[in-house]
Design a protein around this ligand. Sequence first.
Ligand SMILES: C[S@@+](CC[C@H](N)C(=O)[O-])C[C@H]1O[C@@H](n2cnc3c(N)ncnc32)[C@H](O)[C@@H]1O
Length: 221
Amino acid sequence: MGRSTDRMCPARALNNPLRRKFAPGSRETAFLDLAPGQVVADLGTGVGFLLPSILDRIGSNGRLYAADVDRENLDIARDNVKADPRVQFLERSAAQVPEIPDEGVDRACLSLVLCCMLDKQGALDEVWRVLRPGGLVMCTYPPAVPRFGPSLAVSKKVWKELVGHHPWEVVPVKQGVLVHRHLLRKPARETGRTETRSPRKDPAVTAGLEKEQGSYPKATP
Ligand SMILES: C[S@@+](CC[C@H](N)C(=O)[O-])C[C@H]1O[C@@H](n2cnc3c(N)ncnc32)[C@H](O)[C@@H]1O
């Protein structure tokens, strides 16, 4: 029998000196190849460990949705970014964020969240809905260790089933020491371009997109 509830995490476990030293947010979010003007969703944001580094990269025109089911963690996250107007906080499950429109974000994060929630497929389905074609999602979770009690862990088998639901392109990405890391791309529409969003007139965004088009290896099957 599995667990019947999602797992909450104490703030001190999410933002502490060891994590800041060995797995800083800036290193994690670098894998997402963020660019100025992008819209990002950090689902299961916790105390917002990744938010400052995302905000640094998306610049003054970027926007960020930060969702979590734990109100206390969200309050800490809000304090951490000092009520930055670019961020919209949502007390929502990663599996249901109706405030985010279809194809409304360029990038999404599920950082150490799938291992805490029951409806993992719901989260991946929701990310599929909100990502623009050509957009990327990064998922991380700790390796599943054999155990006797109920577990929310993401095993290899569970991950394979999760990504099998949609035709994700798998983008090669460096693995973490203590976490599995996956980068998935929602395939671009047949336009010959990687992304289709409009603020391309902004030279900073254009530069980011050009960099992006050249920066990912072809998807592996
Ligand atoms: C291990 S923490 C990771 C937090 C953050 N992503 C990070 O990397 O620091 C997991 C977070 O997932 C949240 N969580 C658990 N179930 C959730 C769900 N169904 N939807 C959204 N967040 C959830 C918990 O409240 C907790 O804040």
